[in-house]
Design a protein around this ligand. Structure first.
Ligand SMILES: [Fe+2]
Length: 212
């Protein structure tokens, strides 16, 4: 079974962009609910020891939609918490060069990221990702979908576009949330490590394994 991962910072650490109250609902209720639903769906002994990435792949191949959605939402939320930080950080020089090549500069990337999130209809996620050649892209995915099905793409950052991520703090202003989020919360040290992993053919971040 999977456990709800602990947040890597205090619940109020991401204020004012993400309040402790939002965090209490988002991590303590929404994410916890996905973990509970996932555990209820992986009772088969053959799946008890599987990594979450393998479960997602198997559920996608078998078209087990309920399992796929809950497993992917667990993966996405854990990656989301991990890709945010409280302290200042800058992209590595290699990542900075890739950002400049793809978007012009980091301000232009911020604008692209916000536009992709605002223009995305309904719930989902907006990702900064790289392919194996180091070319960056901003990609929005619907509902629980992520980039695991695309073996060539490695995510560097993600922001949650579901209303539960921002409604208490920013009401209906997804644009306000995304602008504030990109300006304050990306963990550039983590994003740079993901970029480095993708460039060297390594796996990068994986979800914490199941526990007994
Ligand atoms: Fe969420």
């Amino acid at each position: 079974m999977f456990e709800l991962p602990e947040l890597p910072y205090a619940a109020n650490a991401l204020e004012p962009v993400i309040s402790a109250r939002t965090m209490a609902f988002h991590h303590g209720k929404h994410h916890a609910g996905y973990v509970r639903a996932l555990n209820a769906l992986i009772t088969a002994p053959a799946r008890a020891q599987m990594r979450l990435e393998e479960i997602i792949s198997e559920a996608a191949a078998a078209k087990e939609t309920k399992l796929l959605n809950n497993a992917a939402q667990c993966w996405n939320h854990s990656f989301f918490w991990t890709s945010m930080a409280t302290g200042p950080a800058q992209p590595s020089s290699a990542l900075k060069i890739a950002i400049d090549a793809a978007f012009g500069d980091i301000a232009a990337l911020s604008e692209r990221f916000s536009q992709a999130g605002v223009g995305h209809f309904g719930s989902g996620w907006v990702w900064l990702a790289t392919d194996r050649s180091g070319a960056l892209e901003v990609i929005a995915t619907h509902d629980a979908a992520n980039l695991l099905a695309s073996k060539d793409m490695t995510p560097l950052l993600v922001c949650d576009l579901w209303e539960h991520a921002y409604y208490l703090d920013h009401q209906n202003s997804r644009a306000g949330f995304l602008d504030a989020w990109f300006g304050a919360l990306p963990d550039w040290a983590f994003a740079s490590a993901q970029f480095e992993a993708a460039s060297s053919g390594a796996t990068g971040w994986r979800h914490p394994p199941p526990v007994q």
